[in-house]
Design a protein around this ligand. Structure first.
Ligand SMILES: Cc1ncc(COP(=O)(O)O)c(C=O)c1O
Length: 372
């Protein structure tokens, strides 16, 4: 059997082991230490965000964002429906109610027109607006962030960007994750960079990020005996994993360049088939093309996944929209069929940054073979 081609496997930059060794030599295996600080600094420098806290996951980062934003039981939180559960599970942790908003075809991300319609209808009905919006930049491609940002500003909705998949993606040269009050990046095993598991919460407001830092280490008041006025979480990233993160951040631009190149390779092999449409990229944005994704006009993506699997190649459907999940069957939603349609017709292709052009060609030829 040929070597498996994975969807998005880890790809080390080269210095990670050396940094882990330094951690071991210092014996700072325990959480926190020099590399956590260095990792946070590298994120701030790269994304141009003012404050950052390294955490155990992006899910933890989003949870802390909601908690610091004051979202609590009974509140409502708007969210992209076309996303992964990690974006929205934190809304349930806070016992708040999600309201799902559909995508548009131009960005595959949250449709600002639907958002505005919802807001205006709400205002007309005299009911309160939701407290926050968790906006996902799906597959590393920027949402219509400017329009969404202005709507949130105008109507006093706290904007939290789920940039878990979009580290390195920009809109008008500003990094996704740095428009809203909070932004979350993921360093999970399958992301463009990985610390095996990890996340970072960024923000412009020092008090916000310091509060998140406080909550991420069990909300310990500064007394030797550990006093608690509230409860927190054990959400910090360990110094060992942060050492991997420091090594990974050294190659982020290389990784973005390579993922974008892989997308171009797929386009060169598949772009001429009118059966296929690739995920778009908004004007004035640069996606990181974390995964190359596409839709078919007629072909069944599940059949193509099966065919690729026979050749030991991993692929998968697009995310199943949250409003279609049994968990959220009763949740309020504003949808018009776009994310459902994309889900039905879509496919995520292997896009790991160590892929060769020959591998991309092989995947493409197998897709062509099994297309209708
Ligand atoms: C869109 C999105 N949001 C949130 C998450 C959660 O990130 P983590 O696995 O770091 O908790 C992920 C990925 O895992 C994701 O793809």
């Amino acid at each position: 059997m040929k070597k498996r081609i994975f969807l998005s496997p880890p790809h080390m930059g080269g210095r990670e082991l050396e940094y882990i060794k330094q951690v071991f030599e210092s014996n700072y295996i325990a959480p926190l230490g020099e590399f956590v600080d260095r990792f946070e600094k590298s994120i701030k420098n790269y994304t141009k965000s003012r404050y950052a806290v390294a955490l155990s996951s992006a899910t933890a980062a989003l949870h802390l964002a909601l908690r610091v934003a004051g979202v609590k039981e009974g509140d409502e939180v708007l969210a992209s429906t076309f996303t992964f559960i990690g974006s929205v599970a934190p809304i349930l942790y806070q016992k708040a109610t999600p309201i799902f908003i559909d995508s548009d075809y131009e960005s595959w991300n949250l449709d600002p027109n639907l958002l505005e319609d919802f807001i205006l209808k709400r205002l007309k009905s005299g009911k309160k607006l939701p407290k926050a919006l968790i906006l996902t930049h799906l597959y590393g491609q920027s949402a219509k962030i400017e329009e969404i940002y202005f709507l949130c500003e105008k109507y006093g909705i706290i904007l939290i960007e789920d940039a878990a998949e979009s580290l390195g993606a920009t809109y008008k040269e500003k990094h996704t994750g740095t428009f809203g009050r909070f932004g979350a990046y993921s360093f999970n095993g399958n992301k463009i960079l990985t610390t095996s598991g990890g996340g970072v919460l960024v923000g412009e407001n020092q008090k916000d990020i310091e509060k998140a830092r406080f909550l991420s280490t069990q909300a310990k008041e500064p007394y030797l005996h550990y006093e608690h006025k509230t409860y927190g979480y054990n959400y910090r990233l360990s110094n060992v994993l942060a050492a991997i993160g420091v090594g990974q951040m050294e190659v982020i631009e290389k990784r973005v360049k390579k993922r974008r190149e892989i997308f171009e390779w797929y386009k060169s092999f598949l772009g001429n088939f009118e059966e296929i449409e690739f995920m778009p990229e908004l004007p004035q944005s640069r996606g990181n093309r974390w995964l190359t994704t596409l839709t078919f006009k007629r072909s069944n993506p599940l059949k193509i996944i099966e065919h690729l699997e026979k050749h030991n190649i991993e692929s998968r459907p697009l995310w199943k929209p949250m409003h279609l999940q049994p968990l959220f069957k009763d949740a309020p939603k504003v949808v018009k069929g776009v994310s459902e349609d994309l889900f039905k017709r879509g496919l995520c292709l292997p896009s790991g940054s160590a892929m060769s052009k020959e591998e991309v060609e092989l995947v493409s030829s197998l897709i062509i073979e099994s297309m209708e």
